[in-house]
Design a protein around this ligand. Structure first.
Ligand code: FAD
Ligand code: NAP
Length: 335
């Protein structure tokens, strides 16, 4: 059922109050097609968990929330299982399903908010794993023709927090299901960030995928604001990937700048470190600000407007450019 003048505040993790001209959820592809027939040329916006979106104004169109459920095993051999998930499943529930069934590959991606269907949009990643590492294919409804198309790993053109759906196919498809290839004998990936330290504190020397998942959940819970308590959309900016010359220039003043090798001889810098060094970490402007433990996360403490947060991000981008010569790019989708 389509509802009018619908408050989107509970449907975006920033907790921004904006209204959609029309809103409906869909739980089957038939319902989705039926809703698209009632579009009346309105602009469309598909929502999963609303955890990667900043609304800066009311949406003068039709917002459709994906609630396509169902997780099924569609194949297996001695070493792998193939699992297909409805796009409206909650990502972390899918991870827990895999961990409980001893299917490996997504445990490092525990506790990322949002839906399974949005996971390929920006090739979600954390602790050294991206979904492209376990991704087989997805099905998506082509809005213009109403046909379901299938995309394999190559066709998704995954990059660092990127995919073809954020670039040349933007707004053309709604993802309806995603299929993953998971391991039965696992490669444990514990080398990244604070995982090793957390495992030591847990007294674990030979970690299972459940131990990795628990460690990641513990680390994330300790340093990331819970959107149910403080509005946010995770990292607001991507980590910049720059030429070595840019790093060398910054190192003249900041010897200890963290940096990591990236494809094509480039280097990845930690955007959070740059923002912290520039003095923004913990800065609060009445109802919004930069989180005190994680400089990459912009927050809505109560009743901030989307434009407040957008303007803050613009100021940070300008300051980082001026101080370090690095252009930060927003990761969050701005509407
Ligand atoms: P939404 O915010 O609902 O949508 C995001 C975009 O995708 C929108 O443009 C929307 O129109 C589009 N979209 C959504 N579903 C579909 C669909 N089925 N078909 C077509 N288009 C669609 N991200 C990471 O990569 N790594 C992290 O570690 C991480 N940590 C986070 C921590 C916190 C506390 C928060 C709040 C966010 C974090 N994020 C992280 C960002 C976010 O969780 C992911 O990007 C997630 O995949 C977004 O899912 P969603 O369902 O909420 O997407
Ligand atoms: P962290 O461990 O404090 O590390 C800071 C940054 O350095 C990270 O952004 C990470 O880049 C990079 N890094 C650390 N160790 C690395 C290594 N061994 N090789 C390459 N790069 C390395 O980061 P954090 O902020 O606590 O986040 C932990 C993980 O969760 C990260 O992977 C981060 O991307 C993810 N996360 C993402 C979001 C989001 O919204 N996108 C929000 C919270 C956390 P990468 O970011 O490229 O991994």
């Amino acid at each position: 059922m389509i509802q009018e003048n619908f408050n989107l505040r509970p449907y975006n993790t920033f907790g921004i109050e904006v209204f959609a001209k029309r809103f409906s959820a869909f739980a089957s592809v038939a319902e989705l097609k039926d809703l698209l027939d009632q579009r009346n040329n309105d602009p469309l916006l598909f929502l999963g968990g609303g955890s990667n979106i900043l609304f800066t104004e009311n949406f003068d169109g039709l917002v459709l929330r994906n609630e396509l459920k169902g997780i099924e095993q569609i194949d297996e051999n001695d070493s792998h299982v193939i699992i297909k998930s409805g796009a409206g499943e909650v990502w972390h529930d899918f991870v827990l399903f895999c961990v409980e069934n001893n299917f490996g590959g997504v445990e490092n991606l525990s506790l990322i908010p949002g839906s399974v269907g949005a996971s390929p949009m920006q090739n979600i990643g954390a602790y050294g794993v991206e979904i492209k590492n376990v991704f087989v294919s997805l099905e998506a409804l082509h809005i213009e023709s109403g046909k379901i198309h299938s995309f394999d790993n190559l066709a998704c053109e995954f990059g660092y927090r990127e995919s073809v759906f954020k670039r040349k196919l933007k707004n053309q498809y709604v993802i309806t299901s995603v299929t993953f290839k998971l391991t039965k004998q696992h490669t444990i990936n514990s080398s990244y960030g604070a995982i090793e330290t957390e495992l030591e504190q847990m007294g674990i020397t030979s970690p299972t995928i459940k131990n990795i998942s628990d460690a990641v959940i513990a680390i994330r819970s300790s340093k990331l604001p819970n959107p149910a308590e403080i509005g946010n959309a995770g990292s607001f900016f991507k980590n910049p990937v720059v030429e070595v010359g840019v790093l060398k220039k910054i190192q003249e003043k900041h010897e200890n700048i963290p940096n990591y090798p990236a494809p094509n001889g480039k280097v990845k810098l930690a955007a959070g470190w740059l923002i912290d060094q520039a003095g923004w970490k913990g800065k609060t402007f009445d109802t919004f600000g930069v989180h005190k433990l994680q400089a990459l996360v912009l927050v809505n403490y109560s009743t901030a407007e989307g434009l407040d947060i957008y303007d803050l991000s613009t100021k940070i981008i300008a300051d980082i450019k001026q101080k370090f010569g690095v252009e930060l790019e927003r990761e969050v989708n701005v509407h």
